[in-house]
Design a protein around this ligand. Structure first.
Ligand SMILES: [Ca+2]
Length: 392
């Protein structure tokens, strides 16, 4: 109860105190304790700008890592290590397995990484999948698209396979965004950090293709000899969050740093985001990365960074009406410091950070907005959950 009072008091002073310049991590606020329901199927939270309930939508997954809604209201779930795709009826919680999913390489960071229903699905029926695949020369991140025939994927097309394939199981990314005919793909450095600065490799890059997989002629490296024309930006470590800003239409990204130095970046055409030359993180044994620089001319500073690492994953700009206090906020799943990260952004600055659900020890891997305006998350204990507002 004491917690509820302190949270209520905090509600009176939202967003006032913490103004954070670029590349200055904030001390977050907002530790909470959820109150279990009498039914024990949910928890009620009093946060800084919303009172909400978390309820279980469906269970029985391993690590739900991609969530995307079909126009009929069903929620597609990509289960990363299981390599399965399912559709949840979010009203009843009934889960239907989707057939025809290609085989995935599911070791360590691999598996079925993301699923994305085309924004114009009603017209074209496309569903995009990103996953780690075993190719003859090694493992890599690939992107396919397919259509649904009943509960089965059909007509699978390979749109992209990151080059080079490498015989390890680490840092595959990957998130997908479709925007006005273009497909953006976030790719990890495959734990081969020098590749992130090498524009002859797809690893450690954001890729931009047309939505049919062809390379747009206005990509930044199309005319550079030896560079891969699909590259949009470079110098990334392991980006697992990607989202379009609802007003500016800028592409925002989050990526895992090493020990500390997880970043949020606003992605601009052709820019270098610095890994591994500059970082606010350190090696896992505490040594500096490289010569320990955090900035360098010609390399972009993160909009925001986290020390210690939260292990950021899926990213959502909330645009619904169910949570008026959260409109325009950025939500990021946190897998290391387990919580749902809420950020108040104003143009090019992060003004405030709140850590939701930090008493639950859920590794939040993906966050999505439902057509009902509620917020859906997938957590590594195999559940898909929903945040819905509570009156009063
Ligand atoms: Ca960076």
């Amino acid at each position: 109860m004491r917690r509820m009072i302190s949270d209520a008091r905090r509600k009176l002073t939202p967003y006032l105190t913490l103004v954070v310049s670029a590349a200055t991590a904030a001390a977050p606020t907002g530790a909470q304790s959820g109150t279990p329901d009498s039914s024990a199927t949910g928890w009620t939270y009093e946060s800084q700008s919303a009172r909400f309930r978390v309820e279980v939508v469906a269970t029985g997954f391993q690590r739900p890592s991609g969530l995307s809604f079909l126009p009929d209201g069903r929620l597609l779930v990509a289960d990363r290590p299981a390599g399965t795709l399912s559709a949840i009826d979010v009203g009843s919680g009934v889960v239907t397995r989707i057939g025809g999913v290609p085989p995935v390489h599911a070791k360590v960071d691999g598996g079925l990484l993301d699923v994305l229903v085309h924004p114009d699905y009603t017209r074209n029926g496309w569903i995009y999948l990103a996953y780690a695949a075993e190719l003859p020369e090694g493992n890599t991140t690939v992107v396919d698209r397919a259509r649904l025939d009943g509960d089965r994927l059909v007509g699978i097309e390979r749109l992209f396979a990151a080059r080079p394939a490498i015989p390890n199981d680490n840092h595959f990314g990957c998130r997908l965004v479709l925007d006005r005919g273009f497909l953006f793909i976030s790719l990890g450095d495959r734990d081969t950090r020098e590749l992130a600065q090498d524009v002859a490799s797809d690893d450690g890059k954001i890729i931009r293709l047309r939505e049919d997989g062809t390379v747009p002629r206005d990509n930044p490296f199309v005319k550079r000899k030896g560079a891969l024309p699909e590259i949009w930006s470079y110098g990334h470590r392991n980006p697992q969050g990607l989202a379009l800003h609802p007003e500016t239409r800028e592409l925002w990204e989050d990526e895992h740093g090493p020990k500390g130095g997880d970043e949020i970046n606003v992605i601009q055409r052709g820019r270098n985001y610095g890994w591994p030359v500059i970082t606010y993180g350190r090696e896992y044994d505490g040594r500096p990365v490289g010569d320990g620089r955090t900035r360098q001319a010609g390399m972009e500073q993160p909009l925001y960074y986290y020390v210690p690492s939260i292990a950021p994953s899926g990213m959502l700009f909330y645009t619904g009406t169910a949570f008026p206090g959260w409109r325009g906020n950025l939500f990021i799943g946190a897998m290391a410091l387990t919580h749902l990260n809420r950020l108040v952004a104003d143009g090019g600055r992060i003004l405030h950070e709140e850590r939701l659900l930090d008493d639950r020890q859920w590794r939040v891997r993906v966050v999505q907005q439902g057509p009902d305006g509620f917020i859906y998350i997938g957590v590594d204990s195999g559940m898909v959950l929903r945040l819905r507002p509570v009156e009063g």
